[in-house]
Ligand binder design. Structure first.
Ligand code: UD1
Length: 423
């Protein structure tokens, strides 16, 4: 047991029913907040979820000298007075996404020094593609003692970049870096996630000239300056997907409001195969599951629009209870099966071999004392505990707070029984 960590006590066996309004997207908010520093003027971002990761981004921006005002779901960033261009190891370790400051700071100031990032412990997660792309834009990069120093005293140059793989973070850093570069930048084999399209919309609202997000190639025409802007972030497709699995695993009936169904298609396709009933409207989805066990289905995580790796642990929790065996292949991250040992403690029958898990469905899960190792693993364990026959204790829920706003309160409003205990 970890000292001082918070825990969830979860009493399983309740059907989740009701309506919930999905929050703004964490993974859209983080690059947008980082990109606010591209401008000297005040930027307003609305619909931001109240999460630990957002708090960390706020701390990083403040540390750099920006004035950040956070009220409810609205964050205003005044980056006119940025003083520091170095991000300490402590701040970088708290959240990997702090590396999204690389592109904006370089673009505006021509210099940045950051420590290698931390974040979820789901594999080595290098930054070679970010750095290779920046080098192609004329940035001189030194890597020493765990720090990356990047310099472009004469400004960045537009160029053509072909990513080896469609990394979300590399696409975002290179997009933001190119907004203030001289000339045109073409980035090929980019990530196509909705959060990339969202970043393009935001950058263009500030006066950038970005096109192509959502396709394989993004074109950025450099401009000399970016301006004030106001933007509302898209709904969080992973928070939404987690609620959908919650309805499925508890034989529940949940209506999600504030969703973009298109973004959830990869998840809905698999949920339908498991036998869940979905009613899809313009910006709402109703998820119903009768008192039956789900069908077994195979899942392979892929880049968008494939099945998202961020939903793999939650689906594994559901498939632990399936009629039959499912094969789950994780192709994005090398070490994203830390939930497996904990699900086994709850009675799941899962066999692991390299990046593939064979999940042989069992009729019931039992309550257990389990440890949360990372954000989405934590979500999976909450879901499993909601379905389990007895009570469970989840240790290390600070990982869950990074990406799920007031999870216990929001789930309890739907009929769950989750209690947060400190120490
Ligand atoms: C983002 C998401 C994360 C999600 C992931 C994949 C945010 C804040 N986080 O993370 O929730 O799980 O996309 O959808 O938006 N890689 C390299 N070299 C690089 C960069 C990445 O080899 O320079 C590899 C990584 O090790 C990983 C894969 O590419 O295996 C995907 O990583 P990437 O798309 O960059 O994920 P993140 O942006 O870190």
């Amino acid at each position: 047991m970890k000292k001082d960590s918070q825990k969830f006590l979860v009493v399983g066996g309740n059907r989740l029913k009701g309506k919930v309004c999905v929050n703004g997207s964490k993974n859209a908010s983080l690059p947008i907040l980082a990109a606010t520093l591209l401008s000297e003027e005040t930027i307003t971002v609305k619909g931001v979820p109240e999460l630990q990761d957002i708090n960390t981004m706020k701390d990083v921006l403040t540390y750099l000298g920006a004035r950040v005002t956070w009220t409810g779901k609205k964050i205003m960033v005044d980056g006119s007075d940025v003083q520091s261009l170095e991000i300490s190891e402590e701040l970088m370790r708290r959240m990997r996404a702090s590396n999204l400051l690389l592109g904006p700071l370089l673009a505006r100031f021509g210099y940045v020094k950051i420590s290698y990032p931390g974040g979820c412990d789901i594999g080595s997660r290098p930054m070679d593609l970010h750095l290779k792309g920046l080098r192609a834009m004329g940035v001189v990069i030194k890597e020493k003692f765990g720090y990356i120093t990047a310099e472009a005293p004469g400004g960045l140059q537009g160029t053509e970049i072909h990513l080896d793989l469609p990394s979300v973070g590399a696409t975002e850093n290179l997009m933001t870096a190119a907004t203030l570069a001289q000339g045109i930048t073409l980035i090929r084999n980019v990530a196509k996630e909705p959060e990339i399209v969202e970043l393009q919309v935001f950058l263009n609202a500030m006066g950038a000239k970005v096109t192509g997000a959502g396709t394989d190639t993004i074109k950025i025409e450099g401009v000399s300056k970016l301006n004030a802007a106001e933007h509302t972030v898209i709904p969080d497709r992973i928070e939404a997907g987690t609620y959908m699995v919650a309805a499925a695993i508890t034989n529940g009936d949940i209506t999600l409001n504030n969703v973009i169904p298109l973004h959830l298609e990869p998840v809905m396709a698999k949920l339908k195969e498991t036998g869940v009933r979905l009613t899809v409207n313009k910006d709402a989805i109703r998820v119903q599951q009768d008192a039956v066990r789900p069908n077994a289905v195979d899942i392979k995580t892929m880049y968008y629009p494939g099945f998202p790796t961020d939903m793999q642990p939650q689906m594994m929790a559901l498939l632990s209870l399936a009629k039959g065996s499912s094969i789950i292949s994780e192709t994005i991250f090398e070490n994203r099966f830390k939930h497996v040992s904990e699900l086994r403690r709850m009675g799941a029958n899962i066999h692991l071999e390299a990046n593939t898990a064979v999940v042989k469905g069992v009729a019931n899960l039992s309550g257990a004392y389990v440890e949360v190792s990372d954000l989405r693993a934590g979500a999976a364990l909450v879901l499993a505990a909601l379905a389990a026959e007895e009570g469970s204790v989840l240790d290390g829920i600070e990982h869950i707070d990074r990406g799920y706003e007031k999870m216990e309160i929001r789930y309890n409003n739907l009929g769950a029984r989750i209690i947060r205990v400190k120490g």
